[in-house]
Unconditional design. Structure first.
Length: 586
């Protein structure tokens, strides 16, 4: 018999801690259930929503779990809405035809609420006092069991893709696939999860799983936090399960270096049984530093919204491969694209609810959009994204992700985007708001430091060749400007448009001694089958055949930190580490 989320939730001890809120208050499983029933009753009172989509405007807090469970109890399908424009929301309404909107943010008249009013969609404004239930836990459980048993809808959630190229697509996840996928993934962990953190956007499927589904299936306690508080909250609440992205792990590594204030954090990280890296490749230097300093071992997870749950589990996130497939078949096409097939793939893309379009082709294979290769020992390694790979005006095909992951390891860098379509050579734009008050000379020195570090990493075979011409530091907040998705992925076209002046030849100052291909190499070198650093374009040696990027042994490899662990965290002085023929101010 298929396991259901509500039935699993109801099996847990009602007195057990389910959620620890930002203010430190704790809600037990019974208290969460009572509040969810209260909201479900409000939904049912406004009309039948069984089998209909209900949009959720909510944060990574306890009210998200209450709203999500309430929709399930009422027979509907929850769908968390990311930050979207009015035009994008109009598209969402046409596609999912929502029965209602639940807003737990208290932000008032925003595009979502305004769009709902135009379509005469009921909006439920929910806060903690407004969802306190009457009755007793025994009564709540009796009603919840009856409603859960009457639930017919098989879709457990609609999740919107991150939308780096336009309006996000609505992906329907079956409840059975979600449960199966998460169960298969957590069986790979050293111990079952009992205490996890929720601080990333819940519109992303990874945070939904780590901050909500683990509570439902495993009875894990969810500690609510924020990206700004994560280091302090990890030290205070000592989770045994932690989801992170490379930027968060870099922040944890930096905070753990302090001999005094980092003592509690180091101890807490040492007690984390399962730390999961997702979203992008983890810098090997950061992983090594955390393991050495705190004992934290980070695992990797590869998946996408369309795979419902992670499709691969890597026992060591600093390794270059994807790791063990989880109830999934995989193949690589002649164009180098990774494709997947298995029972846990998403039910489909919503065309007009409830009509779905399969996420797979006619042969039932899902095209991931990721370039990949298989090593001699059968390991699958990523080489970049088909959509983000670009060709320079000199004919070089570049996959930007490995270089971007390397740049993001620097403690001052909050975003990175490698661009070069139609340009003579590639230019890396890095977001570093902390440099806003720096003098120009110090910013230029940081640019030179980042460029030199990337070249050093390339020479050591740690990142593939990218024909990197220059690194440009920008002081804006990309998140505030809407230049990254909710998961931190760069919106490449928007960044290109916003900073077009920095991509002109006069806008990017090169370091002439760096990234200069040797005359002994073909100028159209795109990758190499040899895993050694001796086959890099600027190293003298035998000519290698031109290959696609996915055939390079170093492509997609997570990169080690090429600056020391005590990297610059204050305005750097001018340095001569770039090139003997130019100074940082050139």
């Amino acid at each position: 018999m298929t396991e259901r989320l509500l039935e699993s939730f109801l099996r847990h001890n009602g007195d057990r801690a389910a959620i620890v809120n930002l203010d430190g208050t704790m809600w037990s499983f019974d208290q969460v259930l009572g509040r969810a029933l209260s909201v479900a009753q409000q939904l049912r009172a406004r009309g039948d929503i069984a089998g209909r989509v209900v949009l959720l405007r909510t944060g990574a807090d306890g009210l998200f779990s209450i709203a999500d469970l309430a929709v399930l109890l009422a027979g509907g399908v929850p769908a968390v809405v990311p930050d979207l424009t009015s035009a994008q929301l109009e598209s969402v309404w046409r596609v999912v035809d929502p029965a209602a909107v639940i807003d737990t943010t208290g932000r008032g008249a925003e595009p979502l609420t305004q769009t709902a009013m135009r379509h005469r969609t009921a909006v439920h404004l929910i806060d903690e006092p407004g969802c306190r239930p009457g009755g007793t836990p025994a009564q709540w459980r009796a009603v919840a069991r009856r409603w859960a048993g009457a639930r017919l809808e098989q879709t457990g959630a609609v999740v919107f893709t991150s939308g780096t190229t336009g309006t996000p697509r609505a992906v329907a996840l079956s409840e059975a696939a979600l449960v199966r996928g998460v169960r298969a993934w957590t069986r790979q962990w050293a111990v079952p999860p009992s205490r996890t953190m929720s601080y990333l956007p819940v519109s992303h499927v990874a945070q939904r799983i780590m901050g909500h589904t683990l509570m439902c299936l495993h009875g894990a306690t969810v500690v609510v936090s924020t990206p700004e508080r994560i280091t302090a909250d990890v030290a205070a609440h000592r989770p045994d399960t932690l989801l992170g992205v490379p930027q968060i792990f870099s922040r944890l590594a930096e905070a753990s270096r302090n001999d005094e204030t980092g003592r509690g954090l180091r101890s807490a990280l040492g007690g984390v049984a399962t730390a999961v890296n997702g979203g992008a490749a983890l810098d090997r230097g950061v992983a090594a530093e955390l393991r050495t300093r705190t004992g934290l071992r980070i695992v990797g997870a590869y998946g996408m919204t369309e795979t419902t749950a992670p499709a691969f589990h890597q026992s060591d996130a600093s390794r270059p491969g994807l790791g063990r497939p989880l109830n999934i078949e995989h193949r690589i096409t002649g164009d180098g694209e990774l494709q997947l097939r298995g029972p846990n793939l998403a039910a489909g893309y919503v065309q007009r609810w409830p009509l779905l379009r399969p996420v797979t082709g006619r042969d039932r294979w899902l095209s991931t959009g990721d370039l990949a290769r298989v090593t001699d020992d059968g390991e699958v390694q990523l080489a970049g994204r088909l959509a983000s790979a670009f060709k320079t005006s000199r004919g070089e095909v570049i996959c930007p992700e490995p270089v971007e992951a390397h740049l993001l390891a620097h403690p001052l860098v909050t975003g990175a985007c490698l661009l070069g379509h139609g340009l003579p050579r590639a230019v890396a734009l890095v977001c570093a708001p902390a440099t806003a008050a720096w003098p120009p000379g110090h910013v230029t020195a940081l640019e030179s430091e980042l460029l030199a570090a990337a070249e050093t990493a390339r020479r050591h075979g740690e990142i593939p060749w990218s024909d990197l011409h220059a690194v440009r530091v920008v002081r804006d907040s990309w998140d505030a400007l809407g230049l990254v998705t909710s998961t931190g992925k760069p919106r490449r076209q928007d960044i290109t448009t916003h900073y077009h002046h920095l991509l002109r030849p006069e806008g990017a100052r090169p370091c002439p001694g760096l990234n200069r291909p040797s005359p002994s190499f073909s100028s159209t070198w795109e990758g190499c089958s040899s895993p050694t650093a001796s086959c890099s374009p600027s190293t003298p040696g035998p000519r290698h055949p031109v290959r696609r990027p996915e055939n390079c042994a170093n492509a997609g490899r997570s990169t080690p930190r090429s600056t020391p662990s005590n990297a610059v965290r204050s305005p750097p002085p001018p340095t001569s580490t770039t090139c003997a023929t130019c100074s940082p101010s050139t």
